[in-house]
Design a binder for this molecule. Structure first.
Ligand code: ZN
Length: 490
């Protein structure tokens, strides 16, 4: 076991070093270094991949005799990782990497000039490769299962489709009801919010939630993210808008939620492949829980609004706590996913999820994609994008070959409410605690029910143990009905 663990740790170190280089690339690196950095990261990642799939790792794995539950979980997870890593021929991996490089440039150009035809042939190629990839990985029911499994291990397309259908059926009428109701002004969240004070406030609140800056730090980047170099070094980034409160503050809470998950993993797993979030959906549930269930709640702002008002008198001196709470929760259908509110966000995801499946199954052609996108937008959200840049071209994911990734965002939203409800059941005073700025009990609950396990338990297993049910849409729908019913009077 010891030899296997040592080898796995050395592989992890290569991946962690690559992550440091990638973090530097997004935060500090001069632009001119792009080429050399890409080669450096490529070298480290391929060394890690070679070491993982090498004969030596396989034979250590065969000889390993687990001495603890962690050991048994480790052997099981690494076996599966190696199996997946060796199923895909390296020629296909190289072909996918090359295609995504070219396709990303084409996507940027198409987006900049609002010309989908520049991206279309690249997307066709990406889809062909995705089907080949799925065939290589193997699946039970549909090729999409294999693609989804890369990001959300253990969830099937059938399971996700069933859950999403039930969301869609109830959510589309709710969106229509809100659109027909008297609108809520989001003006209080717009105004003079000096960037340095936003930075200090967001980071202080993240710390008070439980993000440990002794094992983390925050930097500025164009697109916020969190990244892990070890359980004791989990970093976040943010960006600010001096005229709009939401992006930096809720972005910081979101990324801190991801980071607290990784900081909460059992230290006994350090350096092992188990020391990671169990799935992207579960990861997103942690960011969404802190960002929305906590950070956009009325209880939370009972505690923090007086502080915000004191810090930002230019924008908030004449604004009541109630008006501010409403402003940060106002709903308005936007064609752009990253601007979407809590209510409409999942519809953006389900649109992509449906179209991905239809493209992979060959039921819709790339040429018909923009029209299909716009039609569905119109029938679900009541808006039609004015151009493809704000429509089918808005996301980078497909250009990178990330097909099967989108559903994890919505899965995270659904799981976040399941978990929060279970925490509320186990901690009767939870809402009072949040209203008085005490977050340790909630974080402790998440640590013991989710974080500590890393990849030792699947998302469905964690959900079932903590909440009594596997993935389930009903709690999220109830939450939306209750919160936004009160705000919009239905
Ligand atoms: Zn996230």
């Amino acid at each position: 076991m010891l030899d296997l663990k040592n080898r796995l740790q050395r592989i992890t170190h290569l991946n962690q070093a690559a992550a440091v280089l990638e973090w530097d690339q997004e935060t500090h690196m001069p632009e001119g270094a792009e080429e050399s950095r890409a080669r450096q990261v490529g070298t480290l990642r391929s060394l890690a991949h070679e070491m993982l799939t090498a004969e030596e790792t396989v034979s250590l794995l065969e000889k390993a005799s687990p001495e603890s539950d962690i050991d048994s979980d480790l052997v099981r997870v690494v076996r599966r990782d190696i199996d997946k890593a060796t199923r895909v021929p390296s020629s296909l991996i190289a072909e996918m990497a090359e295609a995504s490089g070219r396709s990303k440039s084409a996507w940027m150009k198409a987006r900049g000039t609002n010309d989908f035809s520049l991206f279309a042939p690249h997307l066709e190629h990406i889809l062909e490769l995705a089907v080949k990839h799925a065939e290589a990985l193997g699946y039970d029911e549909s090729p999409y299962d294999a693609l989804l499994d890369q990001y959300e291990e253990g969830m099937t397309t059938r399971q996700v489709n069933e859950v999403f259908e039930s969301v869609k059926k109830d959510l589309i009428p709710i969106v229509k009801q809100i659109a027909d109701a008297p609108q809520i002004s989001d003006a209080p969240a717009h105004g003079d919010f000096p960037v340095d004070r936003q930075w200090d406030f967001g980071l202080r609140v993240a710390q008070e939630l439980g993000y440990d800056l002794n094992c983390g730090r925050q930097d500025v980047s164009a697109h916020p993210f969190s990244t892990t170099f070890s359980i004791t070094d989990v970093r976040i980034t943010t960006r600010s808008d001096e005229r709009f409160f939401n992006p930096a503050f809720f972005g910081t809470l979101h990324e801190a939620g991801h980071a607290m998950y990784e900081q909460g993993i059992d230290l006994a797993l350090e350096g092992l492949p188990l020391a990671d979030g169990t799935s992207l959906g579960m990861h997103e549930s942690q960011s969404r829980l802190w960002e929305n269930l906590v950070g956009r709640s009325a209880d939370f702002w009972k505690h923090y609004y007086p502080q915000a008002q004191q810090l930002f008198p230019e924008a908030l001196s004449g604004v009541s706590g109630d008006a501010f709470y409403k402003a940060i929760n106002s709903v308005s259908a936007s064609p752009v996913r990253v601007e979407a509110d809590e209510v409409t966000y999942n519809l953006h995801i389900m649109l992509r999820f449906e179209l991905e499946q239809e493209m992979i199954a060959g039921r819709i052609s790339v040429a018909d994609l923009p029209a299909a996108w716009n039609d569905r937008m119109e029938s679900w959200l009541g808006i039609r994008p004015e151009n493809d840049t704000d429509g089918v071209l808005q996301d980078i994911h497909w250009s990178l070959g990330a097909i099967g990734y989108f559903p994890t965002y919505a899965l995270g939203n659904l799981m976040s409410v399941q978990l929060f409800n279970a925490a509320e059941r186990d901690i009767p005073a939870l809402n009072e605690q949040i209203a008085t700025g005490q977050f340790a009990p909630l974080l402790g609950w998440l640590r013991s029910n989710v974080h500590q396990y890393g990849r030792r338990r699947s998302a469905n297993e964690l959900l079932e143990k903590a909440t009594g049910s596997t993935l389930n849409a009903a709690p999220w729908l109830d939450y939306i009905r209750q919160k936004f019913g009160a705000l919009y009077g239905f």
